[in-house]
Design a protein around this ligand. Structure first.
Ligand SMILES: [Zn+2]
Ligand SMILES: [Zn+2]
Length: 345
Protein backbone atom coordinates (compact mmCIF):
# COMPACT_ATOMS: atom_id res chain seq x y z
CA UNK A 1 0.00 0.00 0.00
CA UNK A 2 0.99 3.64 -0.33
CA UNK A 3 1.95 5.44 2.84
CA UNK A 4 3.60 8.70 3.86
CA UNK A 5 6.53 7.92 6.15
CA UNK A 6 8.47 10.24 8.46
CA UNK A 7 12.12 9.54 7.63
CA UNK A 8 13.75 12.70 8.98
CA UNK A 9 12.28 15.32 11.27
CA UNK A 10 11.22 18.48 9.49
CA UNK A 11 11.68 16.96 6.05
CA UNK A 12 8.94 16.11 3.57
CA UNK A 13 7.27 12.80 4.38
CA UNK A 14 8.48 10.03 2.11
CA UNK A 15 5.76 8.53 -0.13
CA UNK A 16 6.53 4.84 -0.14
CA UNK A 17 5.11 1.49 -1.00
CA UNK A 18 5.00 -0.50 2.26
CA UNK A 19 3.55 -3.91 3.20
CA UNK A 20 -0.21 -4.03 3.79
CA UNK A 21 -1.03 -4.10 7.52
CA UNK A 22 -1.99 -7.37 9.20
CA UNK A 23 -5.27 -7.76 11.05
CA UNK A 24 -5.12 -8.59 14.75
CA UNK A 25 -7.48 -11.01 16.46
CA UNK A 26 -9.42 -8.24 18.23
CA UNK A 27 -8.91 -5.64 15.53
CA UNK A 28 -9.82 -4.58 12.03
CA UNK A 29 -8.02 -3.29 8.97
CA UNK A 30 -9.61 -0.16 7.56
CA UNK A 31 -9.35 1.27 4.08
CA UNK A 32 -8.75 4.86 5.13
CA UNK A 33 -11.49 7.17 3.85
CA UNK A 34 -10.16 10.34 5.46
CA UNK A 35 -7.45 11.40 7.89
CA UNK A 36 -7.07 14.82 9.47
CA UNK A 37 -3.75 16.64 9.81
CA UNK A 38 -3.53 17.64 13.47
CA UNK A 39 -1.14 19.74 15.50
CA UNK A 40 -0.05 16.58 17.33
CA UNK A 41 1.19 15.25 13.97
CA UNK A 42 3.23 18.42 13.68
CA UNK A 43 4.72 17.82 17.15
CA UNK A 44 5.85 14.43 15.85
CA UNK A 45 7.13 15.84 12.57
CA UNK A 46 9.36 18.41 14.30
CA UNK A 47 10.75 15.78 16.69
CA UNK A 48 9.13 17.08 19.87
CA UNK A 49 6.62 14.30 20.43
CA UNK A 50 8.06 11.79 22.89
CA UNK A 51 6.66 8.75 21.06
CA UNK A 52 7.19 9.63 17.40
CA UNK A 53 10.44 8.33 15.90
CA UNK A 54 11.74 8.20 12.30
CA UNK A 55 10.01 5.42 10.36
CA UNK A 56 6.63 6.43 11.72
CA UNK A 57 3.55 6.65 9.50
CA UNK A 58 1.67 9.58 11.07
CA UNK A 59 -2.09 10.06 11.15
CA UNK A 60 -4.35 9.53 14.16
CA UNK A 61 -7.62 11.24 13.13
CA UNK A 62 -9.19 8.83 10.72
CA UNK A 63 -12.23 6.92 9.64
CA UNK A 64 -12.44 4.03 7.25
CA UNK A 65 -14.17 1.00 5.86
CA UNK A 66 -13.50 -2.47 7.24
CA UNK A 67 -11.59 -4.65 4.75
CA UNK A 68 -10.51 -7.28 7.29
CA UNK A 69 -12.09 -8.11 10.63
CA UNK A 70 -10.51 -10.16 13.40
CA UNK A 71 -12.68 -12.95 14.86
CA UNK A 72 -13.30 -11.09 18.12
CA UNK A 73 -13.43 -7.56 16.65
CA UNK A 74 -17.22 -7.40 16.63
CA UNK A 75 -17.27 -5.78 13.15
CA UNK A 76 -18.08 -6.93 9.63
CA UNK A 77 -16.51 -6.30 6.25
CA UNK A 78 -17.86 -3.07 4.80
CA UNK A 79 -18.66 -1.41 8.14
CA UNK A 80 -17.70 2.27 8.16
CA UNK A 81 -16.06 3.13 11.46
CA UNK A 82 -14.56 5.99 13.42
CA UNK A 83 -11.74 5.42 15.87
CA UNK A 84 -10.69 7.43 18.89
CA UNK A 85 -6.93 8.00 18.80
CA UNK A 86 -6.52 6.26 22.17
CA UNK A 87 -7.17 2.53 21.86
CA UNK A 88 -7.65 1.44 25.44
CA UNK A 89 -7.39 -2.10 26.79
CA UNK A 90 -11.02 -2.31 27.89
CA UNK A 91 -10.39 -4.37 30.99
CA UNK A 92 -8.27 -2.41 33.49
CA UNK A 93 -9.86 -0.50 36.40
CA UNK A 94 -9.72 2.82 34.50
CA UNK A 95 -11.40 1.34 31.44
CA UNK A 96 -14.01 -0.44 33.55
CA UNK A 97 -14.76 2.86 35.29
CA UNK A 98 -15.40 4.49 31.90
CA UNK A 99 -12.21 6.54 32.05
CA UNK A 100 -10.52 4.73 29.19
CA UNK A 101 -8.49 7.80 28.15
CA UNK A 102 -6.46 7.22 31.30
CA UNK A 103 -5.94 3.52 30.58
CA UNK A 104 -2.40 2.53 31.50
CA UNK A 105 -2.08 0.23 28.50
CA UNK A 106 -2.86 2.30 25.40
CA UNK A 107 -2.19 1.60 21.76
CA UNK A 108 -1.69 4.69 19.64
CA UNK A 109 -1.71 4.33 15.85
CA UNK A 110 -0.07 7.37 14.30
CA UNK A 111 2.26 7.88 17.26
CA UNK A 112 3.71 4.59 18.44
CA UNK A 113 2.56 2.33 15.60
CA UNK A 114 1.62 2.88 11.94
CA UNK A 115 -1.02 5.57 11.44
CA UNK A 116 -3.50 6.58 8.77
CA UNK A 117 -1.40 8.67 6.38
CA UNK A 118 -1.77 5.54 4.27
CA UNK A 119 -4.24 3.60 2.16
CA UNK A 120 -4.88 1.11 4.97
CA UNK A 121 -4.49 1.04 8.73
CA UNK A 122 -4.57 -1.84 11.20
CA UNK A 123 -6.64 -0.91 14.23
CA UNK A 124 -6.36 -3.27 17.18
CA UNK A 125 -8.80 -3.30 20.09
CA UNK A 126 -11.74 -2.56 17.85
CA UNK A 127 -14.12 -2.38 20.83
CA UNK A 128 -13.06 1.28 20.97
CA UNK A 129 -14.50 2.03 17.52
CA UNK A 130 -17.95 3.35 16.62
CA UNK A 131 -20.09 3.11 13.48
CA UNK A 132 -20.04 6.19 11.28
CA UNK A 133 -23.62 7.39 10.74
CA UNK A 134 -24.87 7.71 7.14
CA UNK A 135 -25.29 11.47 7.22
CA UNK A 136 -21.75 12.30 8.34
CA UNK A 137 -19.12 12.72 5.61
CA UNK A 138 -15.79 10.93 5.87
CA UNK A 139 -13.92 14.25 5.93
CA UNK A 140 -15.95 15.49 8.87
CA UNK A 141 -15.75 12.15 10.65
CA UNK A 142 -11.97 12.20 10.47
CA UNK A 143 -11.94 15.11 12.90
CA UNK A 144 -13.95 13.04 15.31
CA UNK A 145 -10.92 10.90 16.05
CA UNK A 146 -9.05 13.58 17.94
CA UNK A 147 -9.85 17.26 18.01
CA UNK A 148 -13.67 17.32 18.11
CA UNK A 149 -13.93 14.38 20.48
CA UNK A 150 -11.24 15.73 22.78
CA UNK A 151 -13.20 18.96 23.05
CA UNK A 152 -16.49 17.15 23.60
CA UNK A 153 -15.01 15.26 26.53
CA UNK A 154 -13.30 18.39 27.86
CA UNK A 155 -16.51 20.40 27.92
CA UNK A 156 -18.99 17.73 28.97
CA UNK A 157 -16.82 15.82 31.42
CA UNK A 158 -13.76 17.70 32.65
CA UNK A 159 -15.16 21.26 32.74
CA UNK A 160 -18.81 20.19 33.21
CA UNK A 161 -19.87 23.24 31.19
CA UNK A 162 -23.33 24.57 32.05
CA UNK A 163 -25.75 26.57 29.83
CA UNK A 164 -25.32 30.32 30.16
CA UNK A 165 -21.70 30.11 31.23
CA UNK A 166 -18.97 32.03 29.44
CA UNK A 167 -16.26 30.00 27.75
CA UNK A 168 -13.00 31.62 26.64
CA UNK A 169 -11.27 29.77 23.81
CA UNK A 170 -7.58 30.52 23.39
CA UNK A 171 -6.54 29.61 19.85
CA UNK A 172 -9.01 29.03 17.03
CA UNK A 173 -7.46 26.10 15.19
CA UNK A 174 -9.18 22.71 15.01
CA UNK A 175 -9.59 22.45 18.77
CA UNK A 176 -10.65 26.07 19.20
CA UNK A 177 -13.27 25.96 16.46
CA UNK A 178 -14.62 22.68 17.83
CA UNK A 179 -14.83 24.28 21.27
CA UNK A 180 -16.68 27.28 19.86
CA UNK A 181 -19.24 25.19 17.99
CA UNK A 182 -19.82 22.60 20.72
CA UNK A 183 -19.95 25.10 23.59
CA UNK A 184 -22.59 27.07 21.68
CA UNK A 185 -24.57 23.90 21.07
CA UNK A 186 -24.47 23.34 24.83
CA UNK A 187 -25.98 26.78 25.48
CA UNK A 188 -22.80 28.51 26.56
CA UNK A 189 -21.50 31.92 25.46
CA UNK A 190 -18.13 32.06 23.77
CA UNK A 191 -15.30 34.55 23.47
CA UNK A 192 -12.45 33.53 21.18
CA UNK A 193 -8.82 34.63 21.19
CA UNK A 194 -6.29 34.46 18.37
CA UNK A 195 -3.57 36.49 16.70
CA UNK A 196 -4.93 36.11 13.16
CA UNK A 197 -7.66 38.66 12.31
CA UNK A 198 -9.05 36.39 9.60
CA UNK A 199 -9.58 33.61 12.16
CA UNK A 200 -11.25 35.97 14.61
CA UNK A 201 -13.64 37.12 11.88
CA UNK A 202 -14.30 33.49 10.93
CA UNK A 203 -15.11 32.63 14.55
CA UNK A 204 -17.37 35.65 14.85
CA UNK A 205 -19.22 34.55 11.71
CA UNK A 206 -19.73 31.17 13.37
CA UNK A 207 -21.39 32.72 16.39
CA UNK A 208 -18.67 33.76 18.82
CA UNK A 209 -20.10 36.67 20.82
CA UNK A 210 -16.74 38.34 21.17
CA UNK A 211 -13.28 38.03 19.67
CA UNK A 212 -10.07 39.25 21.24
CA UNK A 213 -6.90 39.89 19.25
CA UNK A 214 -4.10 38.59 21.46
CA UNK A 215 -1.65 41.01 19.87
CA UNK A 216 -3.21 43.68 22.09
CA UNK A 217 -1.28 42.20 25.01
CA UNK A 218 -4.27 42.55 27.36
CA UNK A 219 -6.19 39.37 26.60
CA UNK A 220 -7.14 38.46 30.16
CA UNK A 221 -8.35 41.94 31.11
CA UNK A 222 -10.38 42.28 27.92
CA UNK A 223 -12.13 38.98 28.64
CA UNK A 224 -12.78 39.90 32.26
CA UNK A 225 -14.40 43.14 31.04
CA UNK A 226 -16.37 41.48 28.23
CA UNK A 227 -17.79 38.76 30.44
CA UNK A 228 -18.57 40.89 33.47
CA UNK A 229 -15.97 39.38 35.76
CA UNK A 230 -14.23 36.64 33.83
CA UNK A 231 -14.97 33.43 31.97
CA UNK A 232 -16.39 30.46 33.88
CA UNK A 233 -14.45 28.01 31.74
CA UNK A 234 -11.32 28.64 29.70
CA UNK A 235 -9.95 26.33 27.05
CA UNK A 236 -6.27 26.41 26.14
CA UNK A 237 -5.93 25.01 22.61
CA UNK A 238 -2.26 25.48 21.74
CA UNK A 239 -0.13 24.11 24.56
CA UNK A 240 2.06 27.18 24.98
CA UNK A 241 2.93 29.37 27.94
CA UNK A 242 1.43 32.72 26.86
CA UNK A 243 -2.00 31.26 26.11
CA UNK A 244 -1.99 29.10 29.22
CA UNK A 245 -1.40 32.15 31.38
CA UNK A 246 -4.01 34.18 29.51
CA UNK A 247 -6.41 31.31 30.06
CA UNK A 248 -5.79 31.21 33.82
CA UNK A 249 -5.90 34.99 34.19
CA UNK A 250 -9.14 35.50 32.22
CA UNK A 251 -11.14 33.29 34.59
CA UNK A 252 -13.51 34.54 37.25
CA UNK A 253 -13.16 33.23 40.82
CA UNK A 254 -13.81 29.47 40.96
CA UNK A 255 -13.26 29.28 37.18
CA UNK A 256 -12.09 26.10 35.44
CA UNK A 257 -9.08 26.00 33.12
CA UNK A 258 -8.94 23.08 30.71
CA UNK A 259 -5.59 22.22 29.15
CA UNK A 260 -6.37 20.72 25.73
CA UNK A 261 -3.33 21.98 23.81
CA UNK A 262 -0.46 19.56 24.29
CA UNK A 263 2.48 20.95 26.29
CA UNK A 264 5.40 19.04 24.85
CA UNK A 265 9.09 19.56 24.15
CA UNK A 266 10.14 23.11 25.01
CA UNK A 267 6.66 23.91 26.39
CA UNK A 268 6.36 20.83 28.59
CA UNK A 269 7.47 22.86 31.60
CA UNK A 270 5.91 26.30 31.71
CA UNK A 271 6.07 29.24 34.05
CA UNK A 272 2.44 29.73 34.96
CA UNK A 273 0.64 32.19 37.20
CA UNK A 274 -0.02 30.03 40.24
CA UNK A 275 -0.89 33.14 42.20
CA UNK A 276 -4.00 33.54 40.03
CA UNK A 277 -4.85 29.90 40.70
CA UNK A 278 -4.44 30.46 44.42
CA UNK A 279 -6.14 33.86 44.68
CA UNK A 280 -9.14 32.99 42.53
CA UNK A 281 -9.54 29.41 43.76
CA UNK A 282 -9.23 28.11 40.19
CA UNK A 283 -9.43 24.51 39.08
CA UNK A 284 -6.99 23.15 36.48
CA UNK A 285 -8.05 20.21 34.36
CA UNK A 286 -5.86 18.22 32.06
CA UNK A 287 -7.60 16.31 29.33
CA UNK A 288 -6.61 14.08 26.44
CA UNK A 289 -8.90 12.25 24.05
CA UNK A 290 -12.39 10.88 24.60
CA UNK A 291 -13.54 7.45 25.70
CA UNK A 292 -15.11 5.59 22.77
CA UNK A 293 -18.34 5.03 24.70
CA UNK A 294 -19.11 8.75 24.39
CA UNK A 295 -19.42 8.64 20.57
CA UNK A 296 -23.24 8.19 20.56
CA UNK A 297 -23.83 11.45 22.45
CA UNK A 298 -21.69 13.48 20.04
CA UNK A 299 -22.77 11.70 16.85
CA UNK A 300 -26.42 12.03 17.91
CA UNK A 301 -26.06 15.77 18.32
CA UNK A 302 -24.52 16.03 14.84
CA UNK A 303 -27.01 13.78 13.02
CA UNK A 304 -29.94 15.52 14.70
CA UNK A 305 -28.70 18.78 13.21
CA UNK A 306 -28.09 20.37 16.60
CA UNK A 307 -24.54 21.30 15.72
CA UNK A 308 -22.97 21.88 12.31
CA UNK A 309 -19.29 21.05 12.39
CA UNK A 310 -18.75 21.45 8.65
CA UNK A 311 -17.13 24.91 9.02
CA UNK A 312 -14.26 23.09 10.68
CA UNK A 313 -13.09 21.54 7.41
CA UNK A 314 -11.19 24.10 5.36
CA UNK A 315 -9.85 21.84 2.65
CA UNK A 316 -9.57 18.25 1.47
CA UNK A 317 -6.10 17.36 0.27
CA UNK A 318 -4.13 14.45 -1.17
CA UNK A 319 -1.65 12.26 0.72
CA UNK A 320 1.21 13.91 -1.17
CA UNK A 321 0.16 17.27 0.32
CA UNK A 322 0.49 16.09 3.94
CA UNK A 323 3.99 17.54 4.31
CA UNK A 324 2.84 20.99 3.24
CA UNK A 325 0.02 20.84 5.77
CA UNK A 326 2.38 19.78 8.56
CA UNK A 327 4.78 22.61 7.78
CA UNK A 328 1.88 25.07 7.92
CA UNK A 329 1.68 24.56 11.70
CA UNK A 330 5.05 26.31 12.01
CA UNK A 331 3.30 29.66 11.84
CA UNK A 332 -0.15 31.09 12.39
CA UNK A 333 -2.57 29.01 10.33
CA UNK A 334 -5.57 29.95 8.20
CA UNK A 335 -9.08 29.16 9.51
CA UNK A 336 -10.18 25.53 9.53
CA UNK A 337 -8.40 22.19 9.26
CA UNK A 338 -7.05 20.07 6.42
CA UNK A 339 -8.21 16.51 5.86
CA UNK A 340 -6.56 13.97 3.55
CA UNK A 341 -9.23 12.31 1.43
CA UNK A 342 -7.19 11.30 -1.64
CA UNK A 343 -4.78 8.46 -0.97
CA UNK A 344 -4.10 7.57 -4.60
CA UNK A 345 -1.49 10.15 -5.45
ZN1 LIG B 1 -4.79 15.11 17.07
ZN1 LIG C 1 -7.50 -0.07 30.23
Amino acid sequence: MRAAVLRNYREALSLESVPDPACEEDGVVLRVLACGVCRSDWHGWVGEHPRVKPGQIPGHEYCGEVVAAGPSSGWQLGDRLIAPFILSCGSCPSCRAGASTTCGDQRLPGFAEPGAFAEYIAVPRAHNLAPLPEGISAALAAGLGCRVTTVWHALTDRAALAPGEWVAVHGTGGIGLSALLLAQAMGARVVVVDVVPEKLAHARALGAEAAVDARSGHVAQEIVDLTGGGAHVSVEALGIEATTNASLECLRPLGRHVQIGMPVGHTAHMRINMSAVYQKNLALYGTRGMPGWKYPSLLGLITAGRVDLSPLIAREVALKDASTELAAFDGPTAPGVAVITDFGN
